[in-house]
Write a protein that binds this ligand. Structure first.
Ligand SMILES: [Fe+2]
Length: 305
């Protein structure tokens, strides 16, 4: 029985408080050579939704190797590990300097990438381009408190997400998906899809539901854009940022000049496998394979979702 009244089981979830918390960080040198440090790294991502990695060599190969300490880089129709320069002097429409509102990536996949890592390699002849993060689960929790009916609407109404920008693809999930997905075993919100550009105009719904959904979406958007929720940082070469794409919204302020960025995605299953094994050990994970729905599963490896 799926319940819709819970955002978190609290065990592995904490909201970052910009006034009292310092940014979660790990050292490149440690995570590259020590599995205990990878565990610490992944626990920070799992708990707070994001983490910075300090001391990363300003080099795409080293950045790719960093991601591969978690798992292989996920390929999509855009490629695998990416490394590009947004040179605005060419006015290429693919690389705009405009601000990007907060969103999640991959809403159009049946299985959106779980993690995304960014590393700014250089920024010359300009300024701006600060990175934005907003905790989508925390915002959902506020929506649930203020307007439980809107929270339910964003669970119940499924939307036609798609990626059709390239001539040779039109990618859609295996079934339309809601903004808020509830975990069938844990009964809590565990995945958010939020991207206005990836949402096709839905045509198979009654007017009353349309009205309800847009009101709910407007309200959630207003909460997401509350200034106090915004984690805004200027990335620096040598410091990478990784975040949970099922939980955190990301965006960017506008910028001038020439930026070179690299990064990549990691699948959910491969990330969770790494985290469960590091947290509980192989034996305990294997011993509890058959009881993922058991009431006690919430204390063991399957509490990590
Ligand atoms: Fe994005």
């Amino acid at each position: 029985m799926v319940t819709a009244g819970q955002v978190s089981n609290k065990r592995d979830y904490r909201i970052f408080n910009a006034k009292t918390d310092s940014y979660p960080e790990v050292e490149f040198e440690k995570v590259m050579f020590n599995d205990a440090s990878v565990k610490d790294w992944l626990e920070k991502i799992q708990t707070l939704g994001f983490c910075f990695i300090k001391g990363v060599p300003i080099d795409p190969e080293a950045t790719k190797a960093l991601i591969e300490r978690i798992a292989f880089v996920r390929h999509t129709h855009y490629g695998g590990f990416w490394d590009f320069t947004a040179d605005l002097t060419f006015k290429d429409t693919a690389y705009t300097n405009e601000s990007l509102g907060v969103h999640t990536d991959n809403t159009y996949f049946t299985d959106p990438a779980r993690l995304q890592l960014f590393h700014l390699l250089s920024h010359t002849d300009g300024s701006g381009g600060e990175s934005l993060l907003v905790d989508g689960l925390a915002a959902a929790s506020t929506l649930l408190k203020r307007h439980p009916e809107y929270y339910r609407t964003l669970i119940q109404v499924r939307q036609p997400w798609h990626a059709s920008g390239n001539e040779d693809v039109c990618i859609q999930p295996s079934s339309m998906a809601p903004v808020f997905s509830i975990h069938p075993d844990r009964g809590r919100l565990y995945q958010i899809r939020w991207n206005n550009y990836d949402r096709a105009p839905k045509s198979d719904w009654p007017l009353e539901t349309q009205k309800q959904w847009y009101e709910a979406a407007q309200c959630y958007d207003d909460i997401l854009n509350e200034r106090r929720r915004r984690i805004q940082t200027q990335l620096q070469p040598g410091t990478a940022l990784i975040f949970d794409n099922w939980r955190m919204m990301h965006g960017r302020t506008e910028f001038t000049g020439k930026r070179r960025m690299c990064g990549g995605y990691v699948n959910n299953d491969d990330y969770i496998s790494r985290l469960r094994l590091l947290s509980y050990g192989r034996e305990e994970v294997l011993n509890s394979l058959g009881s993922q729905n058991h009431p006690d599963a919430g204390k063991g490896p399957y509490s990590i979702i």
